[in-house]
Each structure stands twice: as C-alpha cells, then as structure tokens.
Design a protein around this ligand. Structure first.
Ligand SMILES: Cc1cc2nc3c(=O)[nH]c(=O)nc-3n(C[C@H](O)[C@H](O)[C@H](O)COP(=O)(O)OP(=O)(O)OC[C@H]3O[C@@H](n4cnc5c(N)ncnc54)[C@H](O)[C@@H]3O)c2cc1C
Ligand SMILES: *[C@@H]1O[C@H](CO)[C@@H](O)[C@H](O)[C@H]1NC(C)=O
Ligand SMILES: *[C@@H]1O[C@H](CO)[C@@H](O)[C@H](O)[C@H]1NC(C)=O
Ligand SMILES: CC(=O)N[C@H]1CO[C@H](CO)[C@@H](O)[C@@H]1O
Length: 490
C-alpha cells in the first residue's frame, strides 16, 4: 500500500490578516466552507442566512476526496469526519426485480481491484445531517458572525468605491469588499451576474427517505433482508433497472432509500416537502417496463414513517455563462453557480471546492486585487464544473440503462464514473500554483479556454466546447450515448 506524505497543515492563525471584508449569503455547505476557509486565510467574515437556523435536514450525499483534503488544516473537523464516516462498508448490486447481480464486496476490495488505495478512497457517502453538524460545530468554535432571519432580496456593487453589498427583506443594507452568493439554486444574485438561468424539467424525480433503523422492526422480513454485514458493518445496495435506479444504505442507526422515477406531479425542487408511502407504492412500477419492483423494496417503502419521504424534482440547467458581477465584486459559488444531478456525485464536492478556491485566491491577490482574484478563481473552476455537470448526465444514463452482459464482465460498469481528474484535485494547492500564471494570461487577454499555461483540472486532453441541455436531450431521444467530448474522462 502506498503511504502518502503528510501534507503541511496551516491551521487558523497561519495567515496574516488580509483586511478583506467578505460578506457571505447562505449557510449551505458552500457558505459554511467559505466562512471557515476565509477566516483561516485572514479575511473578515460576516454571514447572512434567511432561515432561523442552519438547516441540518436531508439524507446523504457523496463527498469526494477533493473536497475533504482541506480537513488537514482543521484537526477537529478531520477527527469528527472520521468518526461519522462509514468504515468497513460493503456494496451489493441487484436488478430492480430483486435478482442479485453482484454479491456483497467490501468497498475496500473494490477499490484495491481498481488499483486505488482504500485508505484514501475517491470519496464516500456521507449523511448530510452529520456533515452539517460537524460544520456547525466548527463555525461555533470559531465564533463566526452568522446573522439568521436575514433574507437577501437584492445584490449590488459599486465599482468606484470597490464595494459590493446586499439588501435584505426588511430593507437593511450590508456592504463588504466582496460578496459571496452561496444562496443555492435560484440565487438572488442571478440578475447582477447577467440573468436567470432557465430550469428545465427532466421528467424525472427522486423519492428519498432517511429514518431511524428501528422502523424496520415493523416487518421482520425487511429487517432480515436489509441487515448489516457481520452484525455491524454498513452496506450500500444498488438496484438497477430499465429507466430507473435505486439505492439503499443500512447504517447501524439509520436506514436510507432513494429511488429514481418518472415525475408524478407532486414533486418540488425542495428538501422540505414530503409525501407518503402510498403515493410511492402506487407509482413505482409505472416506469420500469413489464417487470415490477422487488416486493422487498416495496415492503421497505411501507416501513418508512410518515412525513419522511421527499419527492425531489430533478431540474436541468445549462452551465451558467457568468458567475460574477461586471466589476467582479459579487461571486456565486456552489449550487448558486452550478446545480448538479444527484448521479454526478458532485453537488456537495464542487460546492466545497469552490469555497476553498475562492478563499485562497482572495488571500493570494490581497486587498488590492480582489476583482482579479475573483476572475482567476472563475478560470480555475468553470471548465471543471461544466465537465462535472455533464458527467452527471452520463452517469444517470449509465445507471438507468445498465448493460448486464458488460456488468458481469466488469462490475465497475454498474457504478457511476468517478474519474481521477475529479478526486485527485486539490483546489487550494491549484490556486497557489497557478494564480500568477492565470493573472498574466488575463492581462495578455488570452481567453479562458485558450490558456495553455495552466494544467487542466478537468479531463486531460479535453478542449472546452460550450454545450447545452437541448443537445443532450436530442442525443437521448435518438438513443445516442451522451457525447462527453475530447480528452480522457476516465
Ligand atoms: C435542507 C437541505 C437538504 C439537502 N439534502 C440533500 C441530500 O440529502 N442529498 C443531496 O445530494 N443534496 C442535498 N441538499 C443539497 C446540497 O446540500 C447542495 O446541493 C450542495 O451541498 C451545495 O450546497 P450550497 O451551499 O451551494 O446550497 P444549499 O445547500 O442549497 O444552501 C443554500 C443556503 O442559502 C440559504 N438561502 C437561500 N436563499 C437565500 C436568501 N435569499 N437570503 C439568505 N439566505 C438564503 C438557504 O437557506 C441555504 O441555507 C440539501 C440542501 C438543503 C438546503
Ligand atoms: C424548511 O425547513 C427550514 C428549517 O426547518 C425552515 O426554516 C423553512 O421555513 C422550511 N421551508 C419550507 C418551505 O417549509
Ligand atoms: C496586486 O496589486 C498590486 C498593485 O496593483 C500589484 O503590485 C501586485 O503585484 C498584485 N498582486 C498580485 C498577486 O497580482
Ligand atoms: C468475521 C465474519 O463474520 N466475516 C463475514 C462477514 O460477512 C461476509 C459476507 O457475508 C462473510 O463472507 C464473512 O465471512
């Protein structure tokens, strides 16, 4: 096994004060990471949040290695992350009908078979509530200035004075040297960066539920089937069918299931609104062809407590042409800049990467070069994000249209693509290594997609070509595989 060298840790206090006032809107993963990383880099931070508290709801998401390397600077986060992470996890694959296709394997063995080091996996599934609580603890330890019940309704900037700001619902104005819009999908900053990105219905949605494991006591058959391995080890079970896929995760304390389906009409792009099990049971066999869902999965759905199942609509958005205001004093990060399909496994990961990259760029450039730093950050992030977004479509297609003959030969074909260019990235190091070169290229007027001075943090060999959802939909209609583009996407 390869032992990776211990990277230098630069905890809070390592950087001198930059004198940069940063105003952050939103306490999602993007906003919270930006808050702690900006503080570590010496900036002054204030955070506004519309809700009364930090919302720790949700079930699980995938956290890539590229989004967790920075824990090396945060010993308490690193420790807590290790404590909440799944250790000794297993994975098993079924057809949606219930037929076992790949017997349980240790995730570590699967990684080893792929030539990867199991002690640093490319990423792991994490419970959103636990990850959030971990960030909340860190924010509390640092005493970050978070002002709740502050709904931002507008953004502005004043180029001459070198300031940007926001207006909240009650008419209050807040100003800073730079404003980070981390207010998620539907950000109020869309106007100032150049217009609303249209959200298109994909025709698909996800039912998702997470609940205490004791609920399985209601049905002994379900309890037996969805058991932990060897009494205590968590297991992910994937369920692949024609134009559908499901996922279950059994943890010692929690049961989670997720099911992709055709829209039924009750969905919303919201993590708050819930539906009941009957609605799922009535609809789940509608989009899977002649073979119905495994009875055991239906019984699992029946064990779900009331007010738990979320019917989350999957909306599609083209890559946003701009993430910043004309004078580069307002900058979008996370879902506000780019929304992801869950199958991309990148929504949380890229949000965290954005925050780290931006905090670093602002530190490198200092107070005199804020606009340049914001623009450099975008150059570091745009193509990478456009590629990761596209990967989501191709992964969704892969999961929904499994070629079982190929899967039998190579189990990796039943798993979403998790390419090296995604997980091997270190957004902080990348910013420090490339900021000067990037600033130079911008001064020379070299367009972002022709700048060869900076190594790619996207598929090696890829040449950026603008793409849009319409082309992808057209390909899907014709039954063509999604055209990823040039370069090595594996
Ligand atoms: C409650 C909740 C549960 C989720 N559960 C899951 C899950 O189970 N699995 C999964 O894959 N993804 C989930 N997500 C989405 C996932 O967290 C994001 O896709 C990803 O982490 C990117 O985060 P973000 O910080 O950019 O945006 P978000 O996480 O959406 O955070 C945006 C924040 O900005 C605040 N905000 C929005 N508008 C304003 C405004 N006008 N003024 C002030 N504040 C504002 C919001 O209240 C929120 O706190 C969930 C999101 C939320 C909010
Ligand atoms: C969603 O949940 C949060 C946190 O509990 C709450 O503050 C907010 O009002 C809810 N939103 C909706 C639309 O119910
Ligand atoms: C920031 O701006 C100052 C003044 O224009 C300049 O001297 C300096 O080189 C800049 N720093 C970076 C990292 O670009
Ligand atoms: C120690 C132990 O019980 N190991 C078992 C864990 O589960 C796997 C899969 O069911 C078995 O193969 C091991 O023998």
């Amino acid at each position: 096994m390869t032992v990776s060298p211990t990277p230098p840790s630069k905890p809070v206090g390592s950087y001198p004060s930059s004198g940069i006032d940063v105003l952050i809107v939103g306490t999602g993963l993007a906003g919270l990471t930006a808050a702690i990383e900006c503080i570590r880099k010496g900036h002054n931070v204030k955070v506004l949040e519309r809700n009364a508290d930090i919302n720790t709801a949700g079930d699980m998401y995938f956290m890539g290695l590229s989004a967790t390397r920075f824990f090396k600077h945060w010993p308490e986060l690193a420790k807590e992350y290790d404590a909440i992470s799944l250790h000794d996890a297993w994975i098993e694959t079924f057809k949606h009908s219930g037929e076992v296709m790949i017997r349980p394997l240790r995730v570590a063995d699967r990684l080893r078979a792929q030539g990867l080091d199991p002690s640093t996996p490319p990423g792991t599934f994490q419970m959103r509530p636990l990850v959030y609580k971990m960030f909340v603890h860190q924010v509390e330890r640092l005493g970050v200035n978070v002002q709740f019940n502050s709904r931002v309704v507008d953004y502005f900037e004043d180029e001459e004075r070198g300031k940007a700001g926001v207006v909240t619902e009650d008419g209050s104005k807040y100003e800073a040297d730079v404003v980070i819009a981390a207010d998620g999908v539907g950000s109020k900053s869309q106007k100032i960066v150049g217009g609303q990105v249209r959200a298109m219905s994909s025709g698909r949605a996800m039912w998702r539920a997470a609940f205490p494991i004791e609920n399985l006591d209601k049905d002994p058959e379900v309890k037996e089937f969805f058991h932990l391995i060897n009494g205590s080890e968590p297991i992910v079970r994937t369920w692949l069918g024609p134009s559908t896929y499901g996922l279950t995760l059994t943890r010692p304390d929690t049961m989670i299931w997720i099911l992709n389906h055709d829209v039924t009409g009750s969905e919303a792009e919201s993590w708050n609104s819930t539906i009941e099990a009957d609605e799922v049971l009535e609809n789940m066999d509608k989009s899977v062809g002649p073979t119905p869902w495994a009875p055991i999965f239906k019984k699992l759905v029946r064990c779900t407590p009331p007010k738990t199942i979320i019917n989350f609509e999957l909306l599609w958005r083209n890559p946003q042409p701009s993430w910043t205001s004309p004078a580069a004093r307002v900058i979008q990060i996370g879902d506000s800049a780019h929304s992801y399909l869950p199958a991309s496994g990148n929504g949380a990961t890229q949000a965290v990467e954005d925050a780290i990259s931006l905090a670093s760029c602002l530190q490198i450039g200092g107070k005199e070069n804020i606009s340049q730093s914001v623009r450099a950050h975008i150059r570091f992030r745009f193509i990478r994000n456009a590629c990761a977004q596209k990967l989501g479509f191709s992964n969704a297609e892969l999961l929904q249209d499994t070629d079982w003959d190929k899967v039998k030969l190579d189990p990796r074909r039943a798993a979403p693509k998790l390419p090296r260019w995604v997980w091997s990235h270190d957004p902080e190091q990348y910013a420090y290594e490339n900021y000067d070169k990037c600033a130079e290229s911008m001064k020379k007027g070299i367009p972002f997609d022709e700048d060869t001075s900076i190594p790619p943090n996207y598929p090696p060999g890829y040449k950026y070509e603008p793409w849009n959802i319409e082309t992808i939909m057209e390909d899907m209609r014709k039954g063509k595989p999604i055209e990823l583009g040039s370069g090595n996407w594996d």
